[in-house]
Design a protein around this ligand. Structure first.
Ligand code: SF4
Length: 334
């Protein structure tokens, strides 16, 4: 069963770009994204800063209103649901934030932090709050004596455990994980990822796992979607993406992932320039200004996202049509 379905989702922001506010510019942060996440499934959403992945997460959490498109949670469009009713659904859709230092109120004890969602969503009767907090702390590898402490008394990894305990306090079905380990030491990252996977298994959770690198999501995702300038450029089963990436951008991201075996060397693909601003998205294939395989056609024709055997790619190289195009240089000369 589909837990979440995102259909042609768009979020365009408008900016005043002149001193006299006479020029309005559109920023296409999310520009036509579609995917689904099944019950108990993890979709890894990867891309550089500015690719639109965090905005996609915020749209799914209904922290932003989409410009266009639909977000269905258990087949209901969350933007068509009235605020009052959405509050009931809110407990099923939770979030784990990137920064465990900023996401916990420094003035609240851990017990207060965990009691908040229990109170708002009436998860257990007030008399059981203390017992429930201890149960939640135990589930994330902390102890009952931690309940009376404040966030500053914990390490980054422990704070992220508290953030996870808060997310699962409402017994959610789906969690948006917004780069949950990127602020942590490498040695702690795997502990947090293992905890998240154990909780997923125990509670049949679905995750949207947002990350900027492919290495983090490899072990936690069932499928992976790669975003570039507001669009998905490749999506498929995790084994397909890691063993046979098709899009040049995915290949470049893959080449930047460290291999934990000193005997295996991988050629690094260095992309030229930074990711362009979503204010000025390049014509044709948005990746053409950095693509090592760029052809003439890429500059003026946008490749569609096409799916074959569950593996979707938006690249003229992967689309059979390109073979008959006379404008193809194929020499990366864009
Ligand atoms: Fe590169 Fe062209 Fe494919 Fe875009 S469509 S990724 S520019 S080869």
């Amino acid at each position: 069963m589909k837990m979440i379905e995102v259909v042609d989702l768009k979020k365009h922001f408008t900016l005043n770009t002149s001193v006299l506010n006479t020029e309005i510019t559109e920023v296409k942060a999310v520009n036509g994204v579609s995917f689904h996440i099944d019950e108990g499934e993890t979709l890894g959403l990867v891309g550089e800063s500015g690719s639109g992945k965090t905005t996609t997460g915020k749209l799914i959490l209904r922290l932003l209103k989409p410009t266009d498109g639909k977000i269905l949670f258990e087949e209901r469009d969350i933007n068509e649901i009235k605020d009052r009713e959405f509050r009931k659904i809110r407990k099923d859709i939770q979030v784990i934030f990137q920064n465990p230092y900023a996401s916990l109120d420094p003035k609240m004890t851990i017990e207060d932090i965990l009691t908040q969602p229990l109170t708002i969503h009436k998860i257990v009767p007030p008399l059981e709050f203390k017992k429930e907090c201890v149960r939640l702390l135990d589930m994330v590898g902390l102890s009952a004596k931690d309940a009376k402490k404040f966030p500053h008394e914990f390490s980054g990894g422990q704070r992220q455990r508290i953030g996870i305990a808060r997310a699962i306090a409402t017994k959610p079905k789906f969690i948006v994980c917004d780069e949950p380990v990127s602020a942590l030491d490498i040695s702690i990252q795997s502990q947090i990822l293992n905890l998240m996977m154990a909780l997923k298994k125990e509670f049949k959770l679905s995750y949207l796992f947002i990350a900027h690198g492919l290495n983090v999501i490899k072990h936690v995702s069932d499928r992976v979607a790669v975003m570039y300038l507001g669009k998905i450029v490749e999506m498929g089963a995790v084994e397909d993406i890691y063993t046979s990436p098709k899009h040049p951008y995915t290949k470049a991201l893959m080449s930047a992932s460290p291999i934990p075996d000193p005997d295996i060397k991988r050629e690094r693909i260095i992309l030229k320039d930074e990711i362009p601003s979503p204010i000025h998205i390049p014509s044709g294939c948005a990746f053409h200004t950095r693509c090592p395989s760029c052809m003439d056609i890429c500059k003026h024709k946008t490749p569609e996202l096409r799916t074959e055997n569950g593996h979707s790619v938006a690249c003229h190289l992967s689309l059979g049509t390109v073979l008959g195009d006379n404008n193809v240089n194929g020499d990366g000369s864009c």
